[in-house]
Design a protein around this ligand. Structure first.
Ligand code: SF4
Length: 245
C-alpha cells in the first residue's frame, strides 16, 4: 500500500571523504536522454541524488478506503528515477538514495528499485522515438513564425524553422551559401551570403573566423542570434551569435 513518503530532515553528514557535485549533467550512453541534477553526494558506500524544488513537493492522493494522504508528486518521482538510471548508465552503479528538498529545507525521500528506474528511462526513450517519428512523418506539423520562434532555443535543430528561415529575411537568424569573406585592416571579418536572389552581409566577426568562412565558400551556413541592422540584408554578429553548418 502506498504510504506517506516524507522523511525527517537528514542529519548532518561528516564533511570528510564526501564528494559534493552540483549541477551535474548526466546522459545515457546512447546520448538520447539526459538531465541536469541539482546535487549529487558521493560517499564510499552511499550516493544520494538531490533535487531542489521551489513549489510543493507532495500532493493529496486517496487510498482504497477513500482516505487522503500526502505523497511526493509522481512527476518528481519519475524525474529522480530517471536521474538514477542515468547515473547508473554513466557510473555503473545506482545511487542509494533519491531526495527532494523544498524551500523550507524539508527533505522527502523517493523510494525506488533499479527496475523502476530502468522502466522510466525506457519510457523516456520511447516517448522520444514516438515524438521524432511523428515529426518525421506527417502527423506533427509545427507553426513557425517570428512570434512563435523568436525565443525558442531549438531553432538551430528545428527543421520546420529552418525551412521557414530559408524563405524569410526578417529574423535575426540567417541561412545561405557563403559567397565571399573579407578581413578589414582593423581585423574585423565580414561574410557575404547568398540566399536565393538575396545577398546578405554579416559583419563584425573576429579575425579568427576568416579562415573558417574562407574554407566554407559555397557551403550552406546557418547563423543564429545576429543583430539586424537598419539597412536591408545587413546583419552583425553579437556575443551570442552561433554558427552551424
Ligand atoms: S523553432 Fe521549431 S520548435 Fe521552436 S517554436 Fe519554432 S517551430 Fe516550434
Amino acid at each position: 500500500m502506498k504510504k506517506h513518503l516524507r522523511s525527517a530532515t537528514a542529519s548532518p553528514r561528516e564533511q570528510t571523504g564526501i564528494n559534493f557535485i552540483s549541477e551535474k549533467w548526466l546522459e545515457s550512453k546512447d546520448k538520447l536522454v539526459g538531465g541536469r541534477t541539482d546535487l549529487i553526494i558521493e560517499e564510499t558506500d552511499e550516493i544520494e541524488i538531490i533535487d531542489f524544488k521551489t513549489g510543493a513537493i507532495t500532493e493529496d492522493v486517496f487510498d482504497d478506503n477513500g482516505e487522503s494522504y500526502l505523497e511526493v508528486k509522481n512527476e518528481y518521482q519519475e524525474q529522480l528515477k530517471l536521474y538514477a538510471y542515468l547515473y547508473f548508465d554513466c557510473n555503473g552503479r545506482f545511487p542509494t538514495q533519491l531526495s527532494l528538498v523544498d524551500l523550507a529545507k524539508q527533505k522527502f525521500n523517493v523510494e525506488f528499485t533499479e527496475e523502476e528506474c530502468k522502466a522510466v528511462f525506457e519510457e523516456a526513450k520511447n516517448l522520444l522515438t514516438e515524438t521524432n517519428n511523428s515529426i518525421a512523418g506527417t502527423t506533427f506539423k509545427a507553426n513557425p513564425s517570428e512570434a512563435n520562434c523568436k525565443f525558442c532555443l531549438y531553432r538551430p535543430a528545428c527543421k520546420f524553422y529552418l525551412q521557414f528561415l530559408s524563405a524569410e529575411n526578417y529574423f535575426n537568424d540567417v541561412c545561405g551559401l557563403v559567397k565571399d569573406v573579407v578581413k578589414y585592416q582593423n581585423g574585423n571579418v565580414s561574410v557575404f551570403v547568398e540566399k536565393g536572389s538575396n545577398k546578405i552581409s554579416v559583419t563584425g566577426f573576429a579575425t579568427d573566423k576568416f579562415e573558417y568562412f574562407n574554407s566554407n565558400r559555397n557551403k550552406q551556413i546557418n547563423f543564429f542570434n545576429l543583430r539586424k541592422e537598419a539597412t536591408e540584408f545587413v546583419y552583425s554578429a553579437t556575443k551570442t551569435t552561433k554558427i552551424y553548418e
